[in-house]
Design a protein around this ligand. Structure first.
Ligand SMILES: [Zn+2]
Length: 178
């Protein structure tokens, strides 16, 4: 069993359930994670009118193991909350992956693709790892230069940034997220 922290938000039991499901899948797909046994992050929500940088709905803080929400709760649906938590739990997995390195935009690092793949499997998205790798390297026939091009069967960088997208999640899994 994972250790849990005392919680401060009504959605915290959902965070615990989702985190446990995601971590179970993470150790299956990445056995290097088995000895880590991280604590469940605590979800806190900032008071109304305290907005995040760039209207960001929130972020995950690895140092404190906190998911910080900046959402105006009266307007946030349960599913939006669940998707927000899944996104932040993806960061929770990401920072624990052996390939993780701190970068300016964590959503463009290889560890983010890997974390999305793991979490995707945990929430019922049957997609290969390359689905979360927008760019492929190809050599230009004329210039012989290596170029990065969008993979046809992958998310775009922007879609990857906003993982997970509701339209890709099977309906029964959407219900399971709530
Ligand atoms: Zn993010």
């Amino acid at each position: 069993m994972l250790k849990t922290t005392k919680y401060s938000h009504p959605f915290q039991p959902h965070v615990k359930t989702l985190a446990e499901r995601i971590w179970k899948k993470a150790v299956q797909l990445e056995p290097a994670l088995i000895p880590l046994r991280p604590e469940i992050p605590m979800l806190i929500v900032m008071p109304y009118l305290i907005n995040g940088y760039n209207r960001n709905p929130g972020h995950y803080s690895p140092k404190e193991n906190l998911i910080v929400g900046h959402m105006h709760f009266a307007k946030v649906t349960q599913i939006a909350m669940a998707l927000f938590v899944v996104h932040e739990l993806t960061h929770w997995v990401q920072v624990r992956l052996p390939c993780y390195r701190p970068t300016r935009d964590t959503h463009t690092h290889a560890s983010w693709s890997m974390a999305c793949w793991i979490v995707g499997q945990a929430i019922g998205l049957d997609r290969p790892l390359d689905f979360y790798r927008p760019l492929a390297s190809v050599r230009d026939k004329e210039t012989k230069q290596i170029m990065k091009v969008q993979r046809a069967d992958a998310l775009t960088l922007q879609e990857l940034h906003h993982f997970p997208r509701i339209k890709e999640i099977p309906q029964e899994m959407v219900e399971a997220l709530l």
